[in-house]
Design a protein around this ligand. Structure first.
Ligand SMILES: [Zn+2]
Length: 305
C-alpha cells in the first residue's frame, strides 16, 4: 500500500480530440501520467468532477451555464482556443476537481498535487489561452466558503502571466498573487498581480533564479494559510510558446527553491502543472515529471512516513 499522502490527481481519462497541428499539447498529459505511474512514487487517482456551485464561487453563472451547454459565442470559444465537446466540459470540471482535491490533501498532509490545473488565463466571465475555469481561484473561494482557510498565496512561474488569477483577486486583500513571466509574451495586455516580475526574452537559468530568489520571500511573508504553485514548464528553451531559455536543470533548481521555501514556511502547499509546449512535446512531459519528483523528494523528507 502506498501511503495516502502521495495520492495525486489526474484528468488523463478525459482525452480531447483536436484537429491536426493544434497547438494544445493534449498528448502531454498522458505521457506525464505514464512516466509517473511507471516510477511508482505516487498513487494516481482520477480527479473528481468539481461541483457547479463551487465553480460559481469564482465564475459568472451565465458563463458556466453557456459553456456546459455549448452555447458560448464563437469569439469566446476562439479565445479559449479549444473546440467545444462533451469531453472538454468533463475535463474542465475534472481539472478544477483535481486542484480542489489536492488542496484538501495539502490541508491534511502538508502538500498535495494534481497533474493538471494551473489554468490561470481564465477570468470570472470568460476563458482564454486553453483555460476554461480558473482552478486555483475556484479552489481558494471554495476553501474560504468552508472556513478552511482565510488567506492564500499563488506563486505562478508559468512563462505567461497569470492574468486571470491576478484579475479575479485584484481587490482581495486576503489573496497574494505572484507572477514571474516573460514580458513580451502572451497575454499582451497584462493584469496587475500583487507582485509581477516581467523578464526579458531569452533569459537563462542563473539570471532567472536570481529574480526568483529576490521575490520568493514575499508570498510567504504574507502568512498565507495555503500556497498554490502554478509550475508551468514553458520557460524551457525548447518551448515553442515561451521566449525564455531555461534548461531542464534550471527548472529543477527553480522548483526546488519554491518547495524548500514552502517547507521552511510550513504552509500547506498545492502543486498544479500549468503550461508546457516544447518541441518535441516529450521534453515538456519530462520537465513536468521532474517537478513532481522534486516535490516528492523535498516534501517526503519533510514528512517522513
Ligand atoms: Zn504558459
Amino acid at each position: 500500500m502506498k501511503p495516502s499522502r502521495f495520492r495525486i490527481f489526474s484528468t488523463d481519462r478525459y482525452r480531447i480530440t483536436l484537429p491536426e497541428g493544434h497547438k494544445f499539447p493534449a498528448l502531454k498529459y498522458g505521457m506525464l501520467h505514464q512516466i509517473l505511474q511507471k516510477e511508482g512514487l505516487f498513487h494516481l487517482e482520477a480527479s473528481p468532477l468539481a461541483g457547479r456551485e463551487a465553480i460559481a464561487l469564482a465564475h459568472d453563472e451565465e458563463y458556466v451555464t453557456a459553456f456546459v451547454a455549448g452555447t458560448l459565442p464563437q469569439p469566446v470559444m476562439r479565445r479559449i482556443g479549444l473546440p467545444w465537446s462533451e469531453v472538454l466540459v468533463q475535463r474542465a470540471f475534472a481539472s478544477v476537481g483535481g486542484t480542489m482535491s489536492a488542496a484538501l490533501e495539502a490541508l491534511e498532509h502538508g502538500w498535495g498535487a494534481t497533474l493538471g490545473g494551473g489554468t490561470h488565463h481564465a477570468f470570472r466571465s470568460e476563458g482564454a489561452g486553453f483555460c476554461v475555469f480558473n482552478d486555483i481561484a475556484v479552489t481558494i473561494q471554495f476553501l474560504r466558503s468552508q472556513n478552511l482557510i482565510r488567506r492564500a498565496a499563488v506563486i505562478d512561474l508559468d512563462v505567461h502571466q497569470g492574468d486571470g488569477t491576478a484579475e479575479i483577486f485584484q481587490d482581495d486583500p486576503d489573496v497574494f498573487t505572484l507572477s514571474i513571466h516573460c514580458e513580451s509574451n502572451f497575454p499582451f495586455r497584462k493584469k496587475r498581480s500583487s507582485l509581477d516580475v516581467a523578464l526579458a526574452d531569452r533569459m537563462e537559468d542563473d539570471a532567472y533564479l536570481a529574480h526568483l530568489e529576490e521575490v520568493l520571500p514575499a508570498p510567504f511573508a504574507f502568512k498565507p494559510d495555503i500556497v498554490f504553485y502554478q509550475s508551468g514548464v514553458d520557460p524551457l528553451a525548447s518551448d515553442v510558446l515561451g521566449r525564455l531559455s531555461l534548461t531542464p536543470e534550471g527548472l529543477i533548481r527553480r522548483d526546488r527553491r519554491v518547495f524548500e521555501a514552502a517547507r521552511r514556511h510550513g504552509a500547506p502547499f498545492v502543486l498544479t502543472s500549468g503550461g508546457g509546449y516544447s518541441h518535441p512535446i516529450e521534453l515538456s512531459a519530462q520537465a513536468h515529471a521532474n517537478t513532481y519528483r522534486t516535490a516528492w523528494e523535498v516534501f517526503s523528507k519533510a514528512n517522513p512516513a
